[in-house]
Design a protein around this ligand. Structure first.
Ligand code: GUN
Length: 285
C-alpha cells in the first residue's frame, strides 16, 4: 500500500492564509506585527533564506526589515544593533541569520536577543523552557514537524519516535517536542550502532542527517510516519532528502516529500512565532 503524502507545501499555504487574516485583525486593533532580520556578510545561501523570509512576511502583512551589515562588523556593533531592536516596541521578532563570521561569538549574539522576541527559539532561556515544558517560542523547523504530524490525524502519544540527528536546531528540539507529546523517544546519531535495528522499530521516524537517500525502504517499519528533514542535492543539483522516497512510500503509512514537505513549514512557523510574539507583547492593549 502506498503512503499518504504529508504535503507540507499545502499545510504551509493554509496556515499562511489563516495568519494573514489574523494579522489583518491585529492591525485593526492597532497591533502591527514586525520582524527584524539581521544579515551579516554575503553568504549566498543566507541571502536567499533571508529574501524568502522577507517575502513571506510581506505576503501576509507582517512588517519586515532586513538589516544588512558587512562581514567586517565588530561583535560590539552587532550587539548594539540587537539592543536597539530589543528596545523598539514595533519589533516583535528578531532573527540573526546564521552562520556568523568567525570573529563573532554566536553564543553572545543569541544570548543578547530578548527572550520575548526570540522567534528562532535559539536563546538558551527558550531552550531551557522547552526542556522543562514551559511555554516558549519554539524553534521553527521542529515546531513545523510537530504541526505536520498532528495534521496527519495520527496520535503521537505512546508511539516510539526515532529521531536521527542531534543538532541544536532540529534533532534535540524535535526529540523534546515529541517527548512532550508523550512519545517514547530515541535519539540516534553518527555514533549510533546498528541504526536499522532502531529505525525498524520507529512508529515515527524523523531523519535530519543531510545524507541523500540514506534511509532505505527496508529499514522502515510498515505504516510508519516518516518525516524527512534532509535537504541535500543529487548529481543534477536537484533538492533531495535523507529518505529513498520512491521505495519508502511503498512501506510507510505517511511520508513527507522533499521538496514540498518540511521545508515550507520552517518559514511558516517563523511567521506564526512573530504573530504570537506581537500578541503577547501587546497583551495589555
Ligand atoms: N541559518 C540556517 N537556518 C537558520 C535558521 O533557521 N535561523 C537562523 N537564524 N539562521 C539560520
Amino acid at each position: 500500500m502506498s503512503a499518504k503524502i504529508i504535503k507540507g507545501k499545502e499545510v504551509a499555504a493554509e496556515m499562511r492564509a489563516a495568519l494573514k487574516e489574523e494579522v489583518a485583525s491585529l492591525k485593526e486593533k492597532g497591533i502591527s506585527p514586525g520582524l527584524s532580520v539581521i544579515l551579516i556578510g554575503d553568504n549566498p545561501a543566507s541571502q536567499s533564506y533571508v529574501k524568502a523570509k522577507a517575502r513571506a512576511c510581506e505576503e501576509i502583512g507582517i512588517v519586515s526589515e532586513v538589516i544588512k551589515r558587512d562581514a567586517g562588523i565588530t561583535e560590539e556593533e552587532l550587539l548594539a544593533e540587537i539592543d536597539r531592536l530589543n528596545e523598539n516596541p514595533n519589533v516583535h521578532g528578531i532573527l540573526v541569520q546564521l552562520p556568523l563570521p568567525k570573529h563573532i561569538n554566536e553564543k553572545e549574539v543569541l544570548n543578547r536577543i530578548s527572550v520575548q522576541k526570540d522567534v528562532d527559539g535559539f536563546h538558551p532561556v527558550s531552550v531551557g523552557n522547552l526542556v522543562i515544558g514551559d511555554e516558549c517560542l519554539l524553534p521553527c523547523t521542529p515546531y513545523g514537524i510537530i504541526e505536520l504530524i498532528k495534521r496527519s490525524g495520527e496520535d503521537i502519544s505512546g508511539k516510539h519516535a526515532v529521531v536521527i540527528g542531534r543538532s541544536n536546531i532540529v534533532g534535540k528540539p524535535v526529540a523534546l517536542l515529541l517527548l512532550q507529546e508523550n512519545a517514547t523517544v530515541t535519539i540516534a546519531h553518527s555514533r549510533t550502532q546498528d541504526l536499522p535495528s532502531l529505525t525498524k522499530q520507529a512508529d515515527i521516524l524523523v531523519s535530519a542527517v543531510g545524507n541523500p537517500r540514506f534511509i532505505k525502504a527496508e529499514d522502515i517499519k510498515p505504516g510508519a510516519i516518516v518525516i524527512d528533514v534532509g535537504n541535500g542535492t543529487d548529481e543534477n543539483g536537484k533538492l533531495i532528502g535523507d529518505v529513498d522516497y520512491e521505495a519508502a512510500k511503498e512501506v510507510a503509512g505517511y511520508i513527507t516529500p522533499v521538496p514540498g514537505g518540511v521545508g515550507p513549514m520552517t518559514i511558516t512557523m517563523l511567521l506564526n512565532n512573530t504573530v504570537e510574539s506581537a500578541k503577547k507583547l501587546n497583551s495589555h492593549k
